[in-house]
Design a binder for this molecule. Structure first.
Ligand code: C2E
Ligand code: MG
Ligand code: MG
Ligand code: MG
Length: 288
């Protein structure tokens, strides 16, 4: 009967919801212990000067080296970290590891870190980042902070003050994933950005989709008019890199230049390019 199948359906939903909830709880509990165990580690994606093909630096991307599941993507655990407030601790751990490892990298190599919207509600965020830089002796001038446009909604006055403190130290600011989600040109004036990053969805589709290509052209022109250099993310082949350079896009990253590297992988690459300085400072134990 209808009543019976209705009840069955209800029960089926119940079980699937329960499984979902269990998985989510498992992820949350796992994450809670993974952070102090430093299972959440920084990976490094090359950022390339498209005109000279020189390595300029790396974007720091979080990865969970799970003991049984292997590498877990940030798309899976960053939202959970945000909802539970663990993002602050996670972010500090990632930055500490990244800054510490980059200490003996060539002074031409910069780092870009991602900051969540949630973190821009912490009035002490700037002080915490500056303290980390001091502790790890990583120069503020070599750090760029990437924020997404959705981050700009909540408490604009607080966000502006945090960003102001960071910029006073010489830290640069990039607008990440431009062209998606909560895009508004007004955001470009709300905060003192130093760079625009075009969202990878436009870059990966620009060869086949003329609309994507037109949007990429428009964003690079916008950057030019506002005097903001533009980075393209998601460059997967040579032809796209060449086309972006011709459009006036100065910097690029993506699988064409290489997948994100582990700390060891990044060091190996830098050694090959002779971009490691003589020796790590012996009076500083490695901060892992
Ligand atoms: P995002 O900052 O826009 O990072 C770029 C993403 O594009 C990375 O995904 C990167 O692996 C991926 N990507 C790079 N090149 C290519 C390419 O050629 N093709 C394709 N298809 N994809 C490419 P990932 O590492 O999975 O990170 C996803 C998002 O997670 C990031 O987007 C960022 O918003 C967030 N995230 C990562 N690490 C952190 C972190 O430490 N803190 C915070 N708050 N967010 C983070
Ligand atoms: Mg980013
Ligand atoms: Mg991005
Ligand atoms: Mg993104």
């Amino acid at each position: 009967s209808a009543k019976k199948s209705g009840r069955n359906r209800f029960a089926w939903f119940d079980r699937s919801m329960e499984r979902e909830l269990e998985a989510r709880n498992e992820l949350e509990n796992g994450l809670r212990s993974a952070i102090p165990r430093q299972e959440i580690v920084p990976y490094f994606e090359q950022q390339i000067d498209l005109a000279t093909m020189r390595l300029q630096g790396f974007e720091v991307l979080a990865r969970w080296e799970h003991p049984t599941r292997g590498l877990i993507s940030p798309e899976e655990f960053i939202p959970v970290a945000e909802e539970t407030g663990m993002i602050a601790e996670l972010s500090m751990s990632i930055m500490r590891q990244a800054f510490a490892s980059a200490r003996d990298w060539d002074s031409s190599i910069s780092l870009a870190v991602n900051i969540s919207p949630w973190q821009l509600r912490d009035a002490w965020l700037a002080q915490k980042i500056i303290k980390l830089l001091t502790e790890t002796r990583f120069p503020a001038e070599r750090l760029e902070v990437e924020i997404t446009e959705s981050a700009l909604f909540d408490n604009m006055a607080l966000a502006q003050s945090i960003i102001g403190s960071l910029k006073n130290q010489g830290i640069r600011l990039a607008l990440d994933d431009f062209g998606t989600g909560y895009s508004s040109l007004a955001h470009l004036r709300a905060l003192p950005f130093d760079r625009i990053k075009i969202d990878r969805s436009f870059i990966v589709s620009m060869s086949e989709n003329p609309d994507s290509a037109a949007i990429v052209t428009a964003i690079t022109k916008l950057g030019e008019s506002l005097n903001l250099p533009v980075t393209a993310e998601g460059i997967e082949d040579e032809a796209v890199a060449a086309r972006l350079l011709a459009m006036g896009c100065s910097k690029g990253q993506g699988w064409h230049f290489g997948k994100p590297l582990s700390m060891t992988g990044a060091r190996r690459l830098l050694a090959e390019k002779r971009l490691l300085t003589a020796a790590p400072n012996p009076d500083q134990p490695p901060v892992r």
